[in-house]
Design a protein around this ligand. Structure first.
Ligand code: C5P
Length: 418
C-alpha cells in the first residue's frame, strides 16, 4: 500500500535504534527517506543488528558515526549515553525484536541501546518485527502491554508473509512510508501545541458562490464549504488570526474566527482584497466560473406561449489568480484547490502555473468520490517540487495537515528572506 504524508516539521533530530532482525535492512531505506524529508538521523545499533547490516552502510546513509558500544570511551567522551538520550526529538526503535522489547519492558540497561532507552525523556516509537509465534507469545504480549502502559508508542507490526518460507501472520516491520507517517505524527501534535502560526494572518475562501439570475433564482454548485471551514479551524488551532470568506453554506460558525459572508464571486473578490495583507491565503471556495450577464431586478415570469429565457453568461474574476499577482500585497504562501472530475493531476499541474499559486491541492470531486458534501477527502499536493499523494483522510485531518505544512513552509520562506 502506498501512503502519503507531509513533512510537518523539517529538521527534526531522530535517534534510530536498530535491533537485530532480518528486517534491519529496511532501516537503510528509512534513513534515506527521513533525510530526504529534512530530518537528521543518528543511529545506534545493537550487537545483533550488526549481523544483519553493517555500521558502515548505516553510517554512510546517516552521515554520522554509528554508535554501538556503551563502554567505548571515545563515544562516551564525545556524546555520552545520557546526552544521546536527551538530544533527539524522538527515538525510533526499528526493528524491535522480542528480546529488545523484553529488555525495555524489564528496564534493562546492559548495552548502549537499552541504556539510552532507559535514560530518555523523549517520545519513543517502537516498530516490532519478529516471527508471528514470538509476537503472539504471552511473554511478548505482556511486555507490549507494559510498554504501552509506560507511554511507548507502537507502529505495527504489520500482518503478512515472513522471511521464513510459508510463515505468515503479525510480525512484519511496517512499511517505511507508514513508519515515517507514525514518526511525523508525533511532531504534528507538537506543532499544534506550540502555536506554529501564532502572529500570522491566514485568509481562507470557502463554499460556493451564488450568481443571481433574478431576485429569486441563482446559479450555484454543490460545494458544502466543509473543507474550507476545517481549514479555518485548523489555522486557528495553530494560533493564527483567521479571516474566513464564505459563500452561502449551512455550517456552524467556528469560534475565534472572523467570518465574512458573501454571495457572489465579485463580492468574494472585494472581501478578499479588503482582508489583505495576509501571510497565507488558501482558496478553497468553489467560485462560479460564470455569472449571468444581466441579472433581472424582478422575477422573470413564465407565460404561456412565451419562450424559455436564454441566459447569457460572463466570466467571473479569478480571485486566486488576481491575488497571486497582487504584487507587494501577495501573501507569502498562496494555496489553490483544483476540484476535478477527470485527469485530476494533469489539470492541477497546469493550474499551479497558470494561477501562479505556490501549491495546488487537487481532489477528485466526481459524484462517485463522495467528496462534495462528504466528510472525507483524498488529495494530492502539487508544488514546484512535485506531487504528493495523501491517503484518504477526514476533511479535518486534511485541513490540519495542510496548515501544519503551510506553517513549516512559511517559516522556511521567512528564514530564506531574512
Ligand atoms: O480554475 P478552477 O476553478 O478549477 O480553479 C480552482 C481554484 O481557483 C480554487 O482554488 C478556487 O478557489 C480558485 N478560483 C478563484 N476564483 C475563480 C475561480 C477559481 O479563486 N473565479
Amino acid at each position: 500500500m502506498s501512503i502519503g504524508f507531509v513533512a510537518v516539521a523539517a529538521g527534526k533530530n531522530i535517534l534510530l535504534i536498530i535491533g537485530g532482525g532480518i528486517a534491519a535492512y529496511k532501516c537503510l531505506e528509512l534513513i534515506r527517506r527521513l533525510r530526504d524529508r529534512g530530518h537528521r538521523v543518528r543511529a545506534v545499533m545493537t550487537k545483533s543488528a550488526q549481523q544483519f547490516v553493517t555500521p558502515l552502510s548505516v553510517g554512510a546513509l546517516t552521515n554520522e558515526r554509528v554508535l554501538t558500544d556503551l563502554f567505548n570511551l571515545d563515544e562516551e567522551r564525545e556524546i555520552g549515553h545520557i546526552r544521546l538520550a536527551r538530544d533527539p526529538d524522538v527515538i525510533v526503535v526499528a526493528p524491535a525484536t522480542a528480546n529488545l522489547l523484553a529488555r525495555m519492558a524489564g528496564g534493562h540497561a546492559d548495552d548502549l541501546a537499552t541504556a539510552v532507552l532507559l535514560a530518555t525523556d523523549k517520545p519513543v516509537l517502537v516498530a516490532p518485527a519478529m516471527n508471528p509465534a514470538m509476537w503472539r507469545n504471552k511473554a511478548t504480549q505482556r511486555n507490549v502491554t507494559q510498554l504501552k502502559a509506560d507511554g511507548i508508542r507502537f507502529a505495527g507490526p504489520a500482518v503478512g508473509e515472513m522471511a521464513e518460507r510459508g510463515e505468515a501472520g503479525p510480525g512484519r516491520l511496517v512499511e517505511v512510508p507508514e513508519l515515517i507517517a507514525a514518526i511525523e505524527s508525533i511532531f504534528e501534535g507538537e506543532a499544534e501545541t506550540s502555536g506554529a502560526l501564532a502572529g500570522r494572518h491566514v485568509l481562507i475562501t470557502s463554499g460556493p458562490t451564488h450568481e443571481p439570475i433574478d431576485p429569486i433564482r441563482y446559479l450555484a454548485n454543490r460545494s458544502s464549504g466543509k473543507q474550507g471551514f476545517e481549514l479555518a479551524a485548523a489555522a486557528r488551532n495553530l494560533g493564527a488570526r483567521v479571516t474566513l470568506i464564505t459563500g452561502p453554506v449551512a455550517l456552524p460558525e467556528p469560534q475565534g474566527i472572523t467570518i465574512v459572508r458573501i454571495k457572489t464571486a465579485a463580492e468574494m473578490l472585494e472581501a478578499v482584497q479588503a482582508a489583505l495583507p495576509a501571510d497565507i491565503a488558501v482558496f478553497a471556495a468553489a467560485v462560479a466560473d460564470w455569472r449571468v450577464d444581466a441579472p433581472q431586478t424582478e422575477k422573470i415570469k413564465k407565460a404561456e406561449g412565451k419562450r424559455a429565457p436564454t441566459l447569457t453568461l460572463t466570466e467571473n474574476p479569478d480571485i486566486l489568480r488576481t491575488i497571486a499577482q497582487s504584487g507587494p500585497l501577495r501573501p507569502r504562501l498562496v494555496i489553490g484547490f483544483a476540484a476535478e472530475t477527470e485527469d485530476v493531476l494533469a489539470h492541477a499541474k497546469k493550474k499551479l502555473k497558470s494561477k501562479r499559486a505556490d501549491w495546488i491541492i487537487a481532489n477528485d470531486v466526481s459524484p462517485a468520490s463522495g467528496v462534495m458534501g462528504g466528510e472525507s477527502n483524498t488529495v494530492h499536493v502539487i508544488t514546484a517540487g512535485g506531487v504528493e499523494n495523501w491517503p484518504e483522510m477526514s476533511k479535518a485531518k486534511v485541513a490540519q495537515r495542510i496548515m501544519e505544512r503551510a506553517a513549516v513552509e512559511l517559516h522556511a520562506r521567512r528564514t530564506a528572506a531574512e
